[in-house]
Structures are given as structure tokens and as C-alpha cells.
Design a protein around this ligand. Structure first.
Ligand code: ZN
Length: 280
């Protein structure tokens, strides 16, 4: 076992050296330059993500749960657009992503942004937390930043690196193994603490630049912590534990992002991006 582990660790180190570590985002007042192991391609990740997203939407449509409430959908799309218009501060290429925003009618308390910019917000999140626009912007901004930092791709890469047996050099990962690993990453694997902190911090900057008060990010995680499921599935808490260290981190970055918010209030929104929403 130990021998296998040592060889796997060695294989991962060799892969890192061969493929090179990189960082996905740059810039901003709070952006991260942490080096990330990326041995799964962005194309493969985005393709799997788009496929999983389409499948989710098809199932929701079948259950008559896709964008069924026009006012919810308009609200979520409008907030998302304001946030997406600001993503260039962390990575310019994301302004050209094929962003999609959809609302699912469900008591599930959840929201996510899959790789490549595929956003889904569940009505249970908005209703059970009675979210203000700013609080909703905090959650969506957080999820967008996971996608900007390509945290799912990083996780899939880490999984691939550690599950590859010995003699990795010269071989490659089978596509079915890769697909099953990606589905796990896309739907059930929690992000690491450092990834969560990055999404929290950068998400606050995104919302501030979009004209939402970043103090509302602190509010939303307090509400999450106090949330009694009341029979609802609080899916977001299983992957996003709301604890004191999360709230303390958010508070510690307020001095950096409040001036950005105040500056945004004094100017008009700028820039546009392609955001597809489906009203069916
Ligand atoms: Zn998160």
C-alpha cells in the first residue's frame, strides 16, 4: 500500500513536472495566483460539463421545473449578467464563454456554476433563505469564481494523478475512467478549503464591482449557518460548510472590496457579454 502510494505520489510529481502547473486567473484586488495542477484538458472538462448541464436541464424540463417562474428567472438572469460583465478582471477569456443561466423549481437549497459558465439556481435557495439581490449575487458570484478558477478541472486532475497506477509515464488515462471521475467531481465532491476561500474572496470582489454591497456576502453565510432545513434538502451546505473561519475570512477582505463597491456606485455599468437563458 505504502509502495503504491509512494509510486502514485511520484507519478503525480512527474506529471506536474511534465505538464507544468499553472494558474487560471490573474488580476483584481483579491485574485489568487496559487499554482494549480491541470492534467485534464479544459476542453474535455467543458465538454463533460456541458453534457451534464444539458442532461440536468432536460430532466428539469420534463418535470416542468425549468424556468417556470418568470420573475425568479428574470431576477437570477439579471444579477448573473451584472456579475458576468465583471469576470474580465480575473480572466479576459471568460468574457467570451458561452454563459448560460437557468432557474430550477425545487425545494433543494443549492446553486452552482459548472465549468465553462453553466449556472443553475434552485428556487429553494432563494425562498428558504429569503435572499436579497445582494445576497443572491454573493452566492452566484462565489459559484462563478469556482468556474473562473477551474476548481473542478483541478480536482479532476488531482484525482486522475493520484488514481493512476505506476508506470504512468508513456501511458494515458482511459476516456471512460476520465468521464466517471469528472461526473463525481461535477456533482458530489466538495471543493477543498483553499478553493472555497478563493471563491469566497474573489466572489466578493466580483459582486462589489457589479455594484452589490459585499457586506451581504457575510449576511448570506450567516443565514446559511442558521438555516434549519425545514424538510428541504440543504445541498449547498454539504459542500459549503458555513463556519466561523469562512465568515472571518469574508470580513477580513471587506476593506479591500468596499472601495470597489463605492467606486461602482458612482459610475454606470459597462461592458456586455453573451448570456444565454432559456425560457421554456
Ligand atoms: Zn464553493
Amino acid at each position: 500500500m505504502k509502495k503504491w502510494f509512494t509510486r502514485s505520489a511520484l507519478a503525480a510529481a512527474c506529471l506536474a513536472a511534465l505538464c507544468g502547473c499553472q494558474t487560471t486567473t490573474m488580476g483584481g484586488a483579491t485574485g489568487s495566483d496559487r499554482s494549480q495542477l491541470m492534467i485534464v484538458s479544459a476542453e474535455e472538462m467543458n465538454q463533460q460539463s456541458a453534457q451534464a448541464y444539458r442532461s440536468l436541464l432536460a430532466k428539469a424540463k420534463q418535470a416542468n421545473a425549468l424556468n417556470t417562474n418568470r420573475s425568479y428567472t428574470n431576477r437570477v438572469v439579471s444579477i448573473s449578467k451584472r456579475l458576468i460583465n465583471q469576470v474580465g478582471v480575473f480572466r479576459k477569456d471568460a468574457l467570451r464563454w458561452k454563459w448560460e443561466v437557468n432557474v430550477l423549481s425545487s425545494k433543494t437549497v443549492n446553486a452552482f456554476c459548472m465549468p465553462g459558465g453553466k449556472i443553475a439556481v434552485y428556487t429553494g435557495l432563494i425562498d428558504s433563505l429569503k435572499l436579497t439581490d445582494g445576497e443572491l449575487a454573493a452566492v452566484i458570484g462565489h459559484e462563478i469564481c469556482h468556474a473562473l478558477r477551474e476548481h473542478s478541472r483541478e480536482q479532476a486532475s488531482q484525482q486522475a494523478a493520484t488514481s493512476i497506477p505506476t508506470a504512468i509515464l508513456g501511458s494515458f488515462i482511459g476516456s471512460s475512467e476520465l468521464a466517471s471521475g469528472m461526473n463525481k467531481v461535477l456533482f458530489s465532491l466538495p471543493f477543498s478549503r483553499s478553493m472555497e476561500t478563493e471563491a469566497d474572496t474573489m466572489g466578493m470582489e466580483l459582486m462589489a464591482r457589479a455594484g452589490y454591497n459585499p457586506e451581504e456576502a457575510v449576511n448570506v453565510w450567516r443565514k446559511m449557518a442558521a438555516l434549519n432545513g425545514g424538510g428541504n434538502s440543504v445541498a449547498i451546505l454539504s459542500t459549503h460548510p458555513s463556519d466561523n473561519s469562512r465568515i472571518e475570512n469574508l470580513q477580513s477582505h471587506l476593506p479591500e472590496v468596499m472601495p470597489l463597491y463605492e467606486a461602482t456606485l458612482s459610475k454606470k455599468p459597462t461592458g456586455t457579454t453573451r448570456t444565454k437563458s432559456r425560457h421554456r
